[in-house]
Design a protein around this ligand. Structure first.
Ligand code: ATP
Ligand code: MG
Length: 228
């Protein structure tokens, strides 16, 4: 669950990135967050991962109030999230299997849990035949699947993807979106940031559109009109 209530964010240089943003994403939902470059999309993602704090307003993520959360509770909040980036951010000298297993090791999972869970998520993302390869030996789409497997492996309540298809061709982009849709159907809440209009329009999903740091439309279907 994500709830923004009248959120404002100004950066140190005075840039007003968000000017009163409110929306709620309930558990189990799939939503696209769209808008032109500089509209505030990544700012919203950074607020909900706790990387930055709002200037004003309230941010709730999976029952944690990020305005009042104790610093020591932040790691617990983060464990309820899986984050996927445009540039994959994989560990180059580790295999596919080890990249995913590593995310479990850092939260203290047992070897037994790792041996059970990692093959399951790698099969889910369609990489069960690539487990021994290093990231450089994979295509971009495959690397993004590893990143999605890693985001998913600790069973987060919410997956957030910031331009996950920004470096992929249209066919690979569609495959990644369909994978995120499948993950959502299995019960995880999904929020995807993108500015690929055609891609969004090929899915009948909720679209939250922002421009100039404000929500300008929010509704179901592939339509939005942020381009003016
Ligand atoms: N660290 C920062 N310091 C100062 N200003 C910033 C910072 N990060 C972002 N901004 C400004 O805040 C506004 C929103 O930026 P943001 O990165 O959220 O946009 P975006 O919608 O993610 O854009 P893009 O599609 O290009 O990724 C922009 O005007 C940007 O210049
Ligand atoms: Mg951005």
């Amino acid at each position: 669950m994500v709830q923004f209530t009248d959120v404002f964010k100004s950066y140190e240089n005075g840039a007003k990135a968000l000017r009163g943003v409110s929306f709620t994403i309930r558990d189990g939902e799939f939503a696209f967050l769209v808008g032109p470059s500089g509209s505030g999309k990544t700012t919203i993602i950074k607020l909900l991962t706790g990387e930055i704090a709002p200037t004003d307003g309230k941010v709730l993520v999976n029952d944690y109030d990020l305005g009042t959360i104790k610093f020591s509770r932040m790691p617990y909040m983060r464990r309820t999230l899986g984050v996927v980036f445009q540039d994959y951010r994989l560990i180059e000298d580790k295999s596919v299997y080890e990249n995913v297993a590593f995310a479990m090791r850092v939260v203290g999972a047992s070897n037994k849990e790792i041996r059970r869970r990692v093959p399951y998520v790698l099969e889910l993302v369609g990489l069960d035949k690539r487990t021994k390869r290093k990231p450089q030996e994979l295509s971009g789409g495959e690397q993004q699947r590893v990143a999605i497997a890693r985001a998913l492996v600790n069973n987060p309540r919410l997956i957030i993807a910031d331009e996950p298809t920004g470096n992929l061709d249209p066919a690979r982009s569609l495959e990644i979106m369909m994978l995120l849709q499948k993950i959502n159907e299995l019960g995880t809440t999904v929020l995807v940031v993108t500015h690929e209009k055609e891609l969004v329009e090929s899915f009948s999903k909720r679209v939250i559109a922002i421009d100039g740091g404000k929500v300008i439309s929010d509704g179901m279907g592939g339509y939005y009109n942020y381009e003016r």
